[in-house]
Design a protein around this ligand. Structure first.
Ligand SMILES: [Zn+2]
Length: 72
């Protein structure tokens, strides 16, 4: 689809023992990418916890994207 051109690879994703299934189209293959959470706004507000990466998985069929925040 060309939404993202970075180092993505398609595959099944398991979160805490649960297979990730797209709620839109039922697909189980996802591309993976990470997104930095330390936006300019976050830095301005001094939110140190935001200086991390979120994990994104987006459906290889419809592009629906999941966001996972890193847990301590
Ligand atoms: Zn989908």
């Amino acid at each position: 689809m060309g939404l993202f051109d970075d180092n993505s690879s398609v595959g099944k994703v398991t979160i805490k023992g649960h297979d990730l299934i797209c709620p839109i189209c039922g697909n189980d293959s996802f591309y993976q990418r990470t997104t930095q959470l330390n936006t300019a706004g976050m830095t301005f507000l001094g939110l140190d916890w935001a200086n991390q990466n979120a994990f994104n998985y987006y459906c290889s069929e419809c592009g629906y994207m999941f966001w996972f925040h890193p847990l301590d």
